[in-house]
Design a protein around this ligand. Structure first.
Ligand code: 6PG
Length: 240
């Protein structure tokens, strides 16, 4: 069984995600960002907020192994949606080097996390997670060996479970599960089945998001009505 998530069904879940990111940014916290179209909408909202970004650090939950200017790069997406739109000093950005061999990029990201957080599991203040229609999150795809990783902080994923069909680097479950706040953001009817499978209370390797279960941190789902349509009855829901 997983820790019960707190689900919020909202008109505009991306705006709520932006508000949560903003609170951590103002405190100068460490955030892991996600790729994907739904998280992108949150970054665009964030770009329009007058905030002091300068003390915050942005990490990436995963990256596609392409150069940082490639249209498939998660870093490129965050730069276009958020970083290039900021007026004042930006945050510290710790990107995954997608232009490198995925194993080398994973090792170097792990080293960077160690340098910043010290030994042991890093404690991110917030991990923003997307959700794929196959219930993957970050680049943790159904049934893959990355799901079994218990020691490493970042690993290579040579063959992703869905498009774009490029290798990935992903943070591992122990890193996400050590975060103080884990927020899943999902919108649209094509996510309803994945939401139901991931948050049924049972953990399965074929629904990787179900394996994200923070040890002492909080787990929040930000959903629109369509994505929440098949949410199991046992999940406590608040609507705004
Ligand atoms: C990525 C991701 C991935 C994403 C989900 C949801 O690199 O693609 O980090 O986990 O967040 O697939 O993406 P959408 O919002 O585009 O469906």
């Amino acid at each position: 069984m997983t820790a019960a998530p707190c689900a919020e069904v909202l008109q505009d879940p991306a705006a709520e995600a932006a508000g949560r990111l903003a609170r951590v940014i103002e405190r100068g916290g460490h955030i892991a960002l996600s790729g994907g179209a739904t998280p992108r909408a949150a970054y665009e909202r964030l770009a329009g907020m007058a905030l002091d970004f300068s003390r915050a650090t942005l990490w990436f939950g995963d990256e596609r192994c392409v150069p940082p200017q490639d249209e498939q790069s998660n870093f490129a997406m965050v730069r276009a949606a958020l970083l290039d739109r900021l007026q004042g000093s930006g945050p510290v950005v710790r990107r995954i080097e997608g232009e490198r061999d995925p194993r080398a990029a994973a090792a170097s990201y792990e080293q960077l996390l160690g340098e910043v957080f010290g030994e042991g599991m890093p404690e991110l203040d917030l991990a923003l997670m997307g959700l794929g229609p196959d219930a993957h999150t970050a680049s943790l795809f159904p049934g893959q060996e990355a799901l079994d990783e218990r020691e490493r902080l970042a690993v290579a994923v040579e063959e992703p479970g869905m498009e774009p069909w490029v290798s990935r680097v992903t943070l591992t479950l122990p890193v996400f599960n050590a975060a103080r706040e884990v927020v899943f953001l999902a919108a649209g009817a094509d996510k309803a089945d994945a939401v139901a499978r991931a948050f049924s209370g049972e953990q399965h390797r074929d629904a990787p998001a179900s394996l994200v279960s923070p040890g002492s941190g909080s787990l929040t789902l930000l959903l629109d009505e369509a994505a929440a349509a098949k949410l199991p009855g046992a999940v406590e829901v608040s609507r705004r």
